[in-house]
Design a protein. Structure first.
Length: 109
């Protein structure tokens, strides 16, 4: 008998199969998009598409495989806080990168 005290679904196998299918489709899409040089026409689109696919895959894994979707509000708040903190750290890294003089080095130096 399933434990419904935590709000977990009775048959999570359909969720696991769905996430597995999503991960396979997104992996195939990643390989397909990698065959094209999107930067030639649209700037840094390769990185944007790759990161978008990675975020979708990571979100699916966190929500379903890590059971955050059915977890308590406290667990959900902690996960959102961790993502927010990661964004803060990445913004510091990017701001440091763009404020350095002479970077990236040009060829011949």
């Amino acid at each position: 008998m399933a434990d419904h005290s935590q709000g977990h679904p009775e048959n999570p196998i359909k969720y696991y199969i769905g996430v597995f299918a999503l991960l396979m489709v997104m992996t195939g899409l990643t390989v397909f998009v990698a065959q094209f040089n999107l930067e030639k026409h649209w700037g840094p689109l390769n990185a944007i598409v790759a990161l978008t696919i990675a975020v979708i895959k990571a979100t699916a894994v966190v929500l379903i495989f890590m059971h955050v979707r059915w977890s308590s509000r406290l667990t959900q708040v902690i996960v959102v806080s961790a993502v927010f903190w990661l964004l803060i750290m990445l913004s510091f890294t990017v701001s440091d990168y763009f404020t350095r003089g002479g970077w990236p080095p040009t060829h011949g130096q």
